[in-house]
Design a protein around this ligand. Structure first.
Ligand code: C5P
Length: 220
């Protein structure tokens, strides 16, 4: 598998632990995901540290608020120069459009390419019908977002229904033999890619491993 397709979720809460994982993984991983745990504990410091390693950031804060608040949060994300961030597709079309507008305005002001915005369909820890996921993916597309976060189980049907020009990012990845933890709709890295994912997100199976690089090597 192409190394650049793997996004590592840095779900830790100290700079020390972030540093440790970056030291091991940054020579091999292009994009790191910063979610609520790391962002709420270390915020800008963590972002800065990833930048120092010259790596890209997927800011996974899943915005879900009134359009005006999301527009302003999207401006901040764009200003941070993250490669990608996300909003809940269930927040509605006007909220998703506001995110897009906020990011567009800020990126234009800075004279940089607009950061990519993904809609979260249904969390991979929750059971969902394919219809629910497809409806949310279609509304993200209609609002103009660049793609969705969805379970690997739904990647194929989203690709088929929504078409090629739409990013599909799949968490809930479990290499053969690893534990599911709280994830319900999981797949192996290979299954997710075959189903049409552009990127796979993997956290604990790598970050909590005794030898994270060895787990990654097993996926390549
Ligand atoms: O450790 P694990 O591989 O389960 O990590 C998956 C990561 O992807 C977590 O950071 C989680 O917040 C995130 N995520 C998810 N399901 C979604 C969206 C994001 O598991 N639908």
């Amino acid at each position: 598998m192409e190394k650049d397709k793997i996004i590592i979720a840095l779900d830790v809460n100290t700079i020390k632990e972030t540093q440790r994982l970056l030291d091991i993984l940054s020579p091999h991983v292009r994009i790191f995901k910063v979610g609520m745990e790391l962002f709420y504990s270390c915020g800008a410091k963590a972002i800065e540290l990833i930048r120092k390693h010259d790596r890209e950031i997927f800011l996974d804060l899943k915005f879900h608020d009134i359009p005006n608040t999301v527009r302003n949060a999207a401006r901040v994300a764009a200003k941070m120069g993250v490669f990608m961030f996300n909003v809940h597709a269930s927040g509605g079309t006007s909220m998703m459009k506001a995110a897009l507008e906020g990011a567009e305005e800020e990126s234009a002001r800075l004279g940089v390419d607009r950061t990519r915005i993904l809609g979260v369909t249904v969390l991979t820890s929750v059971d969902a019908t394919q219809g629910q996921v497809l409806t949310l993916a279609a509304s993200a597309k209609k609002a103009g977002l660049d793609g969705v976060v969805a379970s690997p189980k739904e990647a194929a049907v989203i690709r088929k229904e929504i078409g090629k020009d739409f990013l599909i990012v799949t968490p809930g990845i479990r290499p053969e033999g690893s534990e599911k933890q709280d994830q319900k709709r999981t797949a192996t890295p290979q299954e997710a890619m075959q189903a049409g994912a552009d990127y796979i997100v993997i956290g604990r199976p790598v970050t909590k491993a005794k030898d994270p690089l060895k787990v990654l090597e097993g996926i390549w």
